[in-house]
Design a protein around this ligand. Sequence first.
Ligand SMILES: [Mg+2]
Length: 281
Amino acid sequence: MSPASSASAADWPEACRRSVEGVRQMLRDHPATADRAVETGRGEGGDQALVIDRAAEEIIFAELDRLHAEGRRFVALSEERGEVDYGDPGTRVVIDPIDGSMNAKRGLRPHALSFAVATGATMDDVCFGYVYDFGAGEEWMAWRDGGAFLDGQRLTGAPDERRVPDGRLELVAIESAHPDWVAAAAEGLQEVAHRLRAIGSIALSMCQVACTRVDGMATLWRCRSVDAAASQLIVRESGGLVAFSAYDEPLAAPLDLEPHSPVLAARSEHGLAQLRRIPVR
Ligand SMILES: [Mg+2]
């Protein structure tokens, strides 16, 4: 699917942009940590859902309801509500209403809406990816075989990865930065990376690889599809490489709510091979 090959595809970005406006206003209405930190019980993805996670999801589902009323058919998979049937299991819409909820709760800037559309059951089937960074105000988007875009500018000719003289990648983003998982991965990270960054959003860390702001990205535990479905397409359409490392086929991770596999993103086969050396418990 690309903007040209599917006339009806054009309303996915519009639904995303309307959702972004709604979520931005909702966050303005919940300005302080005390407003944002109210817990509402565990979502279907297993994490504690904050009031802002639930409110963001409601805003996005209002857009999905509108698309359904206009005749669009799909199944939605979202971090808090789980799977919602809108009439066609052949099209999966995979949503993290807020990726980086901890940052949003605490007033740290990087947090994102992640929205992907797929024509099948795995990462390889994702045909549209959209990530909006509420901190930087950046819009990342990709169409399968149609390129990746940052704020409407096509991402072409991303710089090569940077290395220090001993061959390590200059800057590697890590996610799932639980101290126990960092400790378990520490030796591998020492071998692979000159410096680390932990942004706090899998979607946003991956997007940074799409224009080589970092030289690679690795989660230190298994990620859920809602976190990575959109950004993995953005990286690949920028010319980068992605691997869900628990699988022999790098894009075989299923689009469901289980945490199946760590995800790695790099600019080259050599960089990806280096990231594979990071041990994950
Ligand atoms: Mg979330």
